[in-house]
Design a protein around this ligand. Structure first.
Ligand SMILES: [Zn+2]
Length: 161
């Protein structure tokens, strides 16, 4: 039984690591929205992602996020109708998505690591406690990352309409 729990835990860490490497290091390019071409052109390579459609989230700097939010607010305040274009909304949606995804992953990884360390180092009582927390933790992760997946699917469906 103990071996079984440990195996699940190791498996979960591996899955989390794979998720981090695929999601964090391959975020959708905010310039071309993952198409690889700047908006409105099809033959030109996107200068930001070099035509790959993906960038590392770490490339998406804090300054850039503030700039995007600032431009968005400015356009809203100027009041002129239609000034907030669809691509601005998409950019903002992508930015918020990426920030929340990183926060979600960081929280899940830290919680998982704390549980893992407690499980390995702790006494019998603590081990029993961690075992009870494991299922709610996994369900929580599925709900949170499932919500992200649904968000992504909805956004992509709306974009293709
Ligand atoms: Zn791009």
């Amino acid at each position: 039984m103990k071996k079984y729990i440990k195996l699940i835990y190791i498996l979960f860490i591996v899955i989390t690591m794979v998720m981090i490497s695929s999601q964090v290091y391959a975020a959708q390019c905010p310039v071309c929205n993952g198409t690889g071409h700047p908006p409105g052109s099809s033959g030109v390579k996107c200068p930001r992602c070099n035509g790959t459609g993906t960038i590392a989230i770490s490339e998406h700097t804090a300054g850039e996020i503030i700039d995007e939010a600032g431009t968005f607010i400015q356009k809203g305040e100027s009041g002129a109708e239609g000034k907030i274009s669809q691509s601005d909304l998409q950019d903002l949606s992508n930015t918020i998505y990426n920030i929340l995804l990183v926060v979600g992953i960081v929280v899940a990884v830290i919680a998982g690591l704390i549980m893992g360390i407690k499980f390995i180092m702790g006494g019998i009582e603590e081990k029993a406690e961690i075992k009870n927390m494991l299922i709610p933790y996994i369900i929580g992760c599925i709900v949170v990352f499932g919500a992200f997946t649904i968000w992504k699917i909805v956004v992509e469906l709306l974009q293709s309409m």
